[in-house]
Design a protein around this ligand. Structure first.
Ligand code: SF4
Length: 655
């Protein structure tokens, strides 16, 4: 199929950042398409700068291109300037690798990691010349697939997605290739699309929304049931048990233009068992699966040599918890042998734990550049941190901050959420107090210490203990931010930044929404609502108008507490977590009871290991220094020890 490059090239001098569309990165592949290869267009529904570093996309790009029966290319949402020119010139969405038209691929596979990108997905499908509704597609059209964290409740997107992958993609893509390869070989006869969807629905981890009937009683969901006996009543996520088998990406893409996270990124583990109750990523990616330390060191060495980067990020949900962290940091900063880049290498830990040990590691890895440290206490009081199970005591934070200032840092960033369950004004104002105290500690070491407080509105997510909680209204979030602004008005050295509460409302509607929201998303898109993650394009009125036009109440979707017996739109999907575990954890939250990290304590039988017969995989059998977040008296078990007893820990009050 011809490339669209000749038409595209003529448009590029009329758009911002043409480098977004030309490909040619180091690590790019130009795969040979053939009659026996299933072609995937891996598409990130946001700009190139945001999408290029996405690890999931790069991993699948390599895995698919290594297969004899598949090829994969990449695409990103064109910015509004190029979109206008594409539509004017009748040029379709294209891959950045060979500039093939998107509609000629067998699969358009999207990474869905934020609710506000949903309209961009529709825009990309439409720009590909593919009908946006799954029901309108025929054998001529690609399959539209999605993966990523938002697919744990894909129901608002059910009208538009042919299939959804739950969990890790490394293994399941092979099974999808087999089904689609057979379809290709059969010549994709007329009327065969429903059959192929039904076959996909039988692949473990693949959910095909059109294979399920949804019934309501008034406004409440009653059931989501499969239409055929061979389609599972509940779709379980996929979990790669041993990350060591997948040392990807082996050839990380090096962009020609500036992107976020522009450095070598090496994933050190997947999963998290700290049990923060607001954190969907931590819940749905359990159990912990560490990569062997030697493999991480090899990936760092090879990656630096291949890419020429002089910075490496060790990525995970809590990288300081990696049991091989000290060894990896030491081997990286002390040089990578013959393959080392010419200058010093810096290491970054994108998710810092709040303790002095972590600051010690940070000091070791940022010897050259002390750019700023970020901590995430999340809530302003110990009481509320017990509710959310982020068991950081004030002394932990002050110890970490003090240690950082004493070692030369001048700037700190503190992340918080407002609108958490049970939050009082005292908790909210505790954020200001913590920030001021951190600045005070800084003054002992430097003349102008600064702390930036970044505040987001809390959105309850599926498969977390807070999935039953009605989120704060826009007015309430504004009031809480106002309280903080007022309180911090004369606090020298503290800057306050906050996320738009109106965007939090739309995220909340979509996060726990159902299929009735499909027409709302479509209307917002048809009326020009793309790039809703970008403040210059976000418009809450478009969303509220669309909700009203379809007779749906934002309050009902976002602000309403759910009851224990309510059928939730994602109950027919499974992240492995037992619903009764989550409910009990919700009750414990309300009782201000913390739970220790199950990686180092007996198992609470949440289901993530016990349900799948797998265990935590830890590179080293002892907890890293400072690794137990609670009282710390329990030592490593080396894996999950199933016990029937749920063992809530009454966390101690801060002294
Ligand atoms: S099954 Fe047990 S050990 Fe595994 S994540 Fe859940 S609580 Fe932790």
């Amino acid at each position: 199929m011809a490339s669209v490059w000749p038409q595209l090239e003529n448009l590029l001098d009329r758009v911002q950042k043409p480098a977004r569309y030309i490909g040619l990165e180091q690590g790019m592949q130009r795969p040979e398409h053939g009659p026996d290869t299933v072609s995937w267009l891996l598409t990130y529904p946001d700009t190139y700068e945001i999408g290029l570093p996405n690890a999931g996309l790069q991993i699948l790009y390599e895995i698919l291109n290594e297969r004899p029966d598949a090829v994969a290319e990449r695409s990103y949402a064109p910015w509004v300037d190029l979109e206008e020119l594409l539509r004017e010139g009748d040029v379709p969405l294209f891959s950045v690798d060979t500039h093939r038209p998107a509609g000629t691929f067998d699969v358009l596979a999207f990474n869905l990691s934020a609710e506000l990108t949903y309209t961009n997905l529709l825009n990309c499908v439409d720009l590909a010349g593919v009908p946006v509704h799954t029901a309108a597609r025929t054998e001529e059209h690609p399959l539209v697939l999605a993966g990523g964290h938002c697919t744990y409740n894909p129901e608002p997107m059910a009208d538009f997605l042919d299939a959804v992958v739950l969990g890790d993609g490394e293994e399941v893509v092979a099974e999808i290739c087999e089904v689609l390869g057979e379809w290709r070989r059969s010549g994709r006869p007329a009327g065969s699309r429903p059959d192929v969807l039904r076959r996909l629905a039988q692949v473990p981890g693949v959910y095909v929304p059109s294979m399920y009937d949804v019934t309501y009683d008034g406004e409440h969901l009653v059931s989501v049931t499969p239409r055929h006996p061979d389609v599972p009543a509940q779709v379980e996520k996929r979990t790669v048990a041993d990350l060591a088998e997948f040392p990807y990406p082996k050839q990380q893409l090096v962009p020609l233009t500036e992107v976020v996270h522009d450095r070598l990124n090496v994933e050190v583990f997947r999963g998290c068992t700290r049990g923060c109750r607001f954190c969907q990523a931590g819940m749905i990616t359990r159990p912990v699966r560490e990569r062997p330390t030697a493999q991480v060191e090899q990936m760092v060495r090879d990656g630096l040599a291949r890419t020429g980067y002089d910075e490496v990020a060790l990525t995970s949900l809590s990288s300081a918890d990696f049991s091989g962290i000290e060894s990896v940091v030491q081997s990286t900063v002390s040089g990578c042998g013959d393959q080392a880049p010419a200058g010093p290498v810096s290491v970054s830990l994108p998710s810092l734990r709040v303790d002095a040990f972590t600051v010690g590691v940070a000091a070791q890895i940022q010897r050259a550049r002390r750019t700023g440290l970020t901590f995430a206490p999340e809530a302003g009081s110990w009481r509320l941190r017990q509710v959310i199970n982020k068991l950081i005591r004030e002394e932990d934070l002050y110890g970490a901050v003090s240690s950082a200032y004493s070692q030369g840092w001048r700037r700190m960033k503190l992340y918080f959420l407002v609108g958490l369950p049970t939050e009082t004004d005292e908790d909210t104002l505790g954020i200001a107090e913590l920030a001021r105290n951190c600045v005070e500690l800084g003054r002992e070491h430097t003349a102008n210490p600064s702390v930036t407080v970044s505040v987001g509105g809390f959105v309850p997510k599926p498969f977390t203990p807070f999935q039953w909680f009605g989120q704060n209204t826009v007015a309430e979030l504004h009031r809480k931010v106002g309280l903080l602004r007022e309180d911090l008005r004369r606090s020298r050295g503290v800057q306050l930044k906050w996320h738009d509460p109106k965007a939090t409302l739309v995220e909340g509607i979509m996060s726990r929404g159902d299929r009735r929201l499909g027409p709302v998303i479509e209307q917002v898109w048809r009326r020009g609502g793309v790039f809703q993650e970008w403040s210059e394009h976000f418009d809450v009125d478009r969303w509220l108008t669309a909700m009203a036009d379809h007779g749906l109440s934002p309050d009902w979707y976002a602000y309403r507490h759910r009851t224990e017996d309510e059928v939730l739109p994602w109950d027919h999907l499974s992240a492995g977590l037992h619903k009764d575990f989550l409910w009990q954890d919700w009750r414990d939250a309300l009782d201000e009871l913390g739970l220790e990290d199950c990686r180092w304590t007996p198992c609470y039988d949440c289901g993530a290991c016990t349900g799948y017969g797998i265990e935590h995989v830890v590179a080293s059998a002892v907890p890293p220094a400072g690794g137990s977040q609670g009282t710390g008296q329990d030592l490593a078990t080396g894996g999950a020890v199933p016990v029937d007893l749920r063992r809530p820990m009454a966390a101690k009050a801060a002294s």
